[in-house]
Structures are given as C-alpha cells and as structure tokens.
Design a protein around this ligand. Structure first.
Ligand SMILES: [Zn+2]
Length: 80
C-alpha cells in the first residue's frame, strides 16, 4: 500500500525521530521517491526542527537573521 501526501505529513515526525517501523519507513521513502513536493516539505520541516533545537539550546546566541516571528512560531509549536 502506498502513502498519500497526507499520510506522509502524519508520519513525518516519527520518520525524523527514526521511530517508524520498517514497513512504514519503506512506504514513506517510496512516496518521497515519486513526490518532489513532499521532499521539499520534508527539507523545510527538517530545517525548522534544526532551528528549533538551536533556539532551545542557545537562548542567548540566536543568529541575527532569524526573524522574531519565526522563533515565536517554533516555540509555540513545541509547546503542543
Ligand atoms: Zn507527496
């Protein structure tokens, strides 16, 4: 069974945390192989997560080019 874009979004977190079971991981990657928009989405998401980690570990030394609104959006998302 192949994944839809919606399924991919649902599994995105688990995939990045490497918590997906092998079978789902295989369908996830199969979908990425045929759906460039999802690859782009995954890249954006990964960057946002990386940025979120940077925000949390280095509160005092944020890069100057991170817009305050984005920082707030990340912090809000993490509180869920
Ligand atoms: Zn897709």
């Amino acid at each position: 069974m192949s994944m839809t874009c919606r399924d991919l979004v649902d599994f995105l977190m688990a995939y990045l945390d490497e918590e997906l079971p092998e079978a789902q991981r295989a369908s996830f990657e199969e979908h990425l192989g045929m759906c460039p928009p999802c690859v782009a989405y995954l890249d954006t998401y990964r960057e946002t997560v990386a940025l979120g980690k940077a925000v949390c570990s280095e509160d005092d030394s944020l890069p100057d080019d991170v817009p305050e609104a984005l920082v707030q959006a990340i912090l809000t998302a993490r509180r869920k």
